[in-house]
Design a protein around this ligand. Structure first.
Ligand SMILES: Cc1cc2nc3c(=O)[nH]c(=O)nc-3n(C[C@H](O)[C@H](O)[C@H](O)COP(=O)(O)O)c2cc1C
Length: 365
C-alpha cells in the first residue's frame, strides 16, 4: 500500500486543489464504505494488526487500539466504516454545527509539503447535526466514534452554549464520546470560550444535559472532553485544566491547529489559518506533558498534532496521552499509515517486553 500511494495516488491528488483532492478521497472511501466487501478490501490492503496489547480501556469503554483519526477529516461522517477499516481504533467526526453552513470562502486549505504541514481556514463547513445523525443512527462500528461539537458562525458568542447543547442532544445516541471544540482559530471569537469562567459555565450546562439524556435512556453519561489550542501559554493551560475539572469534563484533546507562524521554517504569507502537521509536534507533545503533570490522574488526555509515525505516537503516549490522533500525516503518507503505526507500536512493545500499550502512558511526563 505504501509504494502505491506514494508512487501513484499522492502525485495525482497533489495535482488537484487540496480541497478537491480531499473531496475525491472521501468520496472514494465512502463508496467503499457502503459495501461490506469494500470495507473488507480496504482491511486486506492495509492489513492493520488486531492485538489485545494495543487495546486501551478509557472513557468507559475499550478502544481496540490507541490511534484515532482527528476531527476535521470526516466532518460529516461520510466514511466512518472505511476509515476504521484502515486500522484506526476510533474516528472523531465533525466539527458539526447545529445548522448546515458553508464555511469560509475558498481558497481555504493549503499544503506545505516540505514541512509536512497543512494550513486551513475552513471555518466549520458542516452538513449540520441532522444530516450527521441520519448517517450514524442505528449503526454499529468496530471502533469508537467521537463527535466534535461546534457552533454556527452567526451564533453570537454569548449564545454559543445553545448551539453546543443542541448538537450534544442531537448526536448523543451515536457518540461514544463528545468533544467541545473551543479552539478552532477559524471561527471568530471561539477561542475566547477557553477562558476559565466561560468554560466552566459551558461545561456545566453540557454536563447537565448529558446527565439528563443519560437518565432518560438509563445509560451512563457520555464522556465529555475539551479540545484546546496549542497556542495556550502555561497560565492559559492551567486555567483551561481548572475549568475542565470544575466543569466536570472527563478529558482534554491536546491540541488543535496553531496560528503561530513561527512554527514554520519558511513564511507562508498568503495562507491565513491554522497550521497542522509536523511543525506542531514538539509543541503539542510539550503541552500534553504539562497537561498530564497537572491533571493526569483526573483527566484523560488525547494527544494530537504532528503525529506521523510509530515513534511519534510512542513519544506522545509516554508524554501522558492515553489515546492519540492524527490528520495531516494521513494526507502525505496515505491510507497505509495507521497500520504501519500500529505495527510499529507492537514491535516496540515486543522489544521493551511490555504487555500493553497502556504501560507507556505518562512514563516520560
Ligand atoms: C483541514 C483540517 C480541518 C480540520 N478541522 C477540524 C475541525 O473541524 N475540528 C477540530 O476540532 N479540529 C480540526 N482540525 C484539527 C485536527 O483535528 C488536529 O487537531 C490538528 O490538525 C493537529 O493534528 P495533525 O497535525 O495530525 O493534523 C482540522 C485540521 C485540518 C488539517
Amino acid at each position: 500500500m505504501t509504494g502505491w500511494y506514494e508512487r501513484a495516488i499522492y502525485p495525482a491528488l497533489a495535482q488537484l486543489d487540496p480541497e478537491r483532492a480531499h473531496r475525491q478521497a472521501l468520496r472514494g472511501l465512502s463508496a467503499l464504505e457502503r459495501f461490506p466487501s469494500g470495507r473488507r478490501l480496504l482491511r486486506q490492503l492495509c492489513d492493520p494488526p488486531a492485538d489485545d496489547r494495543l487495546a486501551v480501556d478509557r472513557l468507559g469503554r475499550r478502544f481496540p487500539n490507541p490511534l484515532g483519526l482527528a476531527a476535521g477529516f470526516d466532518k460529516d461522517a461520510e466514511a466512518v466504516g472505511a476509515l476504521l477499516a484502515l486500522g484506526f481504533g476510533f474516528v472523531e467526526v465533525g466539527t458539526v454545527t447545529p445548522r448546515p453552513q458553508p464555511g469560509n470562502p475558498r481558497p481555504r486549505l493549503w499544503r506545505l509539503p516540505e514541512e509536512r504541514a497543512l494550513v486551513n481556514a475552513l471555518g466549520f463547513p458542516s452538513a449540520g447535526m441532522a444530516a450527521m445523525r441520519a448517517r450514524l443512527a442505528g449503526r454499529q462500528f468496530p471502533g469508537a466514534i467521537g463527535v466534535n461539537l461546534g457552533k454556527n458562525r452567526e451564533t453570537p458568542l454569548e449564545r454559543a452554549a445553545e448551539d453546543y447543547l443542541a448538537v450534544l442532544a442531537a448526536l448523543w445516541d451515536v457518540a461514544d464520546y463528545l468533544v467541545v471544540n473551543v479552539s478552532s482559530p477559524n471561527t471568530p471569537g471561539l477561542r475566547e470560550l477557553q477562558a476559565r469562567s466561560v468554560l466552566v459555565e459551558l461545561l456545566r450546562a453540557l454536563g447537565e444535559e448529558n446527565r439528563r439524556l443519560a437518565r432518560l435512556r438509563r445509560l451512563r453519561p457520555r464522556p465529555l472532553l475539551v479540545k484546546l489550542a496549542p497556542d495556550l501559554d502555561i497560565a492559559g493551560l492551567e486555567q483551561a485544566i481548572a475549568a475542565a475539572l470544575e466543569g466536570g469534563a472527563d478529558g482534554l484533546v491536546v491540541a488543535n491547529t496553531s496560528t503561530d507562524r513561527r512554527l514554520l521554517r519558511r513564511p507562508a504569507p498568503d495562507f491565513l489559518g491554522g497550521i497542522s502537521g509536523r511543525p506542531l509536534r514538539a509543541r503539542a507533545t510539550a503541552l500534553t506533558r504539562e497537561a498530564y503533570r497537572r491533571a493526569g490522574g483526573r483527566l484523560v488526555i488525547v494527544g494530537v498534532g504532528g503525529i506521523g509515525s510509530a515513534e511519534d505516537a510512542i513519544e506522545r503516549l509516554r508524554a501522558g496521552a492515553s489515546l492519540v490522533q492524527l490528520y495531516t500525516a494521513l494526507i502525505y503518507e496515505g491510507p497505509g499509515l495507521p497500520a504501519r503505526i500500529l505495527r510499529g507500536l507492537l514491535a516496540y512493545l515486543e522489544q521493551e517486553g511490555l504487555r500493553s500499550v497502556e504501560q507507556l502512558v505518562g512514563v516520560d511526563a
